[in-house]
Design a protein. Structure first.
Length: 632
């Protein structure tokens, strides 16, 4: 994950504007809930349950009313201007909240909660729509990871700060009031540093909540490549809302602790999400890794099952010092943090997918549709909790088991519907565990459109290393007898391999293979082949066969040369004769994979061979002498 973005004006001011806004939102919400619960209810005889549900409704309602408007505004005007206007609205809201806090005007605070929800609903679409205008395609995953990490840490700090600000009732209201206004002013200052982000289309904006929301959802439904991601994100918020809503009750019944223990559990969850976002950016290395989504959902399920099976830590309420001395508490925190890590791995690729696959002039509207769905699923989460705990009288452990089962169902469904991305990221992880892999030049693989990658053939691991390291899914050519292996055919079919039969054994086999290659290239896919046609027997690059010219004559596409170094002499190479002889003698070998600049389709096979040989010479030197560095 590149921390360099935090020093660039195109990202850092927006990051701090967003983080400060999330912090202020949560300070205000939690101060309000604490004051209503512990001051307004006793003083005025309000019904605590009614007021808390009213507060939740006042915060969620604006997302149903104004999300579509926020998407239309973000698409129709300069996003920097819109953010500045919304930060002014936040400042006015916080000035009103400061007056209400100091004067004990709880009714005004509840009304301002609706205003804050409105500001958040309008800010949501521009939050993710602005990033693709300021960041390169290869930076979006890191940018989203920073945003998610910053948001959840801001939520945590805001939640913890609210208790501290109200620790002294006589002075707390003043402290909270000053904090809200000062943070809003700082956020207003940082937003002025955000670079301009001009509108992608100009159209008249009208506030017609029902009609516009319906239109936005219809547009999202028609965006077949985006809508599943919107549903998947909303399922995350369903799970997250269930967890966050029930943690206070869980703390009282299972942990046997108080408010500090609740904060500790919230911290484990938030830190887990931040860590998951960091891991996602690291594994993605600048590319969209949809395969991380089912892995994240699986971690949510595994952590959730472990969390649900936790027995009560004590039979009576315990002090925080006593709880911290219990190993069972730390195991519980680890399980909850695992749920958070899974959430970070799950959510970042989905937001990146929406940004990349949404039409540029409808990107903010897709985010608005996402916010609408999120609000509906959050309401569904509240209803689900009431049904399980109140109507069916089930235990909290049962509720968390059901949530874990839902996460497991999501993992299996996504992996089944999109097996190739999942397989690719698993291979990537396994290859990095087995080899010390150094990558170079992946930016030369075109981000979109058809391309052909040619590489030297050193070992039986070459295809796995290439497939795991490529920034895009690859279609491989392989010998038909290997493809038809009864043990591995399922794997090759999922991977999209293209079987090739020699002309001597099947005169029509080469033509069928060429037809499949043409279909893949004309569908905008990337095809990878080893033009030597066989494994090297001496570690050198040998003559490229004429098949490469036949492919390019049929479909003139860019050709990306690549070279592998460090695999010659491995267990899967032909050094010393037959591969797979005996037991592997090397583990964590240093392997280098280099991609060169794309070459035109009319490049001769001899020139392609020389390009691969030059990359291999550079890679041999790197693999043997250069220190390892992170992939780029």
């Amino acid at each position: 994950m590149s921390a360099e973005m935090m020093w660039h004006r195109r990202f850092a001011p927006f990051f701090w504007t967003q983080a400060l806004g999330a912090f202020n939102d949560n300070v205000f919400k939690n101060v309000l809930l604490l004051l209503v619960t512990f001051v307004a209810v006793p003083q005025r005889g309000w019904d605590a349950g009614l007021v808390n549900n009213l507060a939740a409704g006042l915060f969620i309602l604006p997302f149903l009313l104004f999300s579509a408007l926020g998407g239309a505004l973000a698409d129709a005007m300069d996003k920097r201007r819109l953010i500045t206007a919304l930060k002014w609205l936040e400042l006015l809201t916080m000035l009103g909240a400061a007056w209400a806090l100091i004067n004990g005007a709880f009714e005004v605070l509840l009304a301002l909660l609706f205003m804050m929800g409105t500001q958040s609903a309008l800010f949501g679409p521009v939050k993710y729509a602005i990033l693709p205008q300021h960041l390169g395609r290869h930076e979006l995953v890191s940018g989203n990871a920073w945003i998610e990490m910053g948001t959840f840490l801001a939520i945590l700090l805001g939640t913890l700060s609210s208790s501290f600000l109200l620790s002294e009732p006589s002075e707390g209201n003043w402290l909270a009031a000053i904090c809200l206004v000062v943070v809003a002013l700082i956020g207003l200052g940082t937003c002025w540093l955000i670079p301009s982000a001009p509108p992608v289309r100009s159209h008249k904006v009208r506030w017609q909540p029902i009609r516009e929301s319906t239109r936005v959802m219809k547009d999202a439904w028609r965006a077949k490549r985006v809508f599943p991601a919107l549903v998947a994100i909303s399922l995350f918020w369903f799970l997250g809302t269930c967890y966050l809503t029930q943690l206070p009750i869980w703390t009282r019944q299972i942990v046997m602790g108080g408010e500090t223990a609740v904060s500790l559990l919230l911290a484990a969850f938030a830190v887990g999400i931040g860590l998951g976002a960091l891991i996602c950016a690291r594994l993605s290395a600048g590319r969209l890794e949809v395969g991380l989504v089912p892995i994240g959902a699986l971690l949510i399920a595994l952590g959730g099952f472990g969390f649900a099976m936790t027995d009560p830590l004590a039979s009576a309420p315990q002090s925080m010092a006593s709880l911290l001395s219990m190993p069972a508490l730390w195991w519980m925190l680890l399980k909850l943090a695992t749920v958070g890590v899974g959430g970070g791995l799950y959510i970042v690729p989905l937001y990146t997918l929406i940004q990349l696959r949404s039409p540029e002039d409808q990107r903010a509207r897709m985010i608005a549709a996402n916010n609408l769905l999120n609000a509906v699923f959050m309401i569904a989460a509240a209803v689900f909790g009431v049904l399980v705990l109140s109507v069916f009288k089930a235990s909290l452990s049962t509720l968390f088991v059901l949530l874990a089962l839902l996460a497991l169902l999501i993992a299996v469904s996504v992996a089944s519907l999109h097996p190739r991305p999942t397989m690719r990221i698993v291979i990537f992880l396994l290859v990095h565990c087995w080899y010390r892999l150094r990558l170079s030049g992946r930016r030369h693989i075109p981000a979109e459109g058809a391309a052909l990658i040619v590489c030297n053939h050193v070992s039986f691991m070459d295809a796995l290393v290439m497939g795991g390291a490529s920034s895009r899914p690859l279609r491989f050519l392989m010998d038909k007898p290997i493809y038809q292996s009864p043990w591995m055919n399922w794997f090759f079919r999922i991977a999209g391999a293209i079987p090739v039969e020699s002309e001597r054994r099947d005169p029509k086999g080469m033509r069928r293979a060429l037809d499949q290659i043409s279909d893949a290239l004309r569908n905008g896919e990337v095809v990878m082949l080893f033009p030597e046609g066989r494994l090297t027997r001496d570690g050198q690059v040998h003559e490229f066969r004429r098949g490469i010219e036949l492919i390019l004559k049929r479909d003139p596409v860019p050709v990306v040369p690549a070279a592998l170094s460090g695999l010659w002499g491995s267990w899967t190479s032909r050094q010393g004769g037959r591969p797979f002889k005996g037991w592997p003698s090397r583990c964590r070998a240093r392997v280098c994979l280099r991609f060169g600049e794309p070459l035109p389709a009319d490049t001769s096979r001899l020139d392609l061979q020389h390009a691969v040989m030059a990359l291999k010479e550079e890679g041999d030197l790197t693999a043997s002498t250069a220190p390892l560095s992170p992939p780029h």
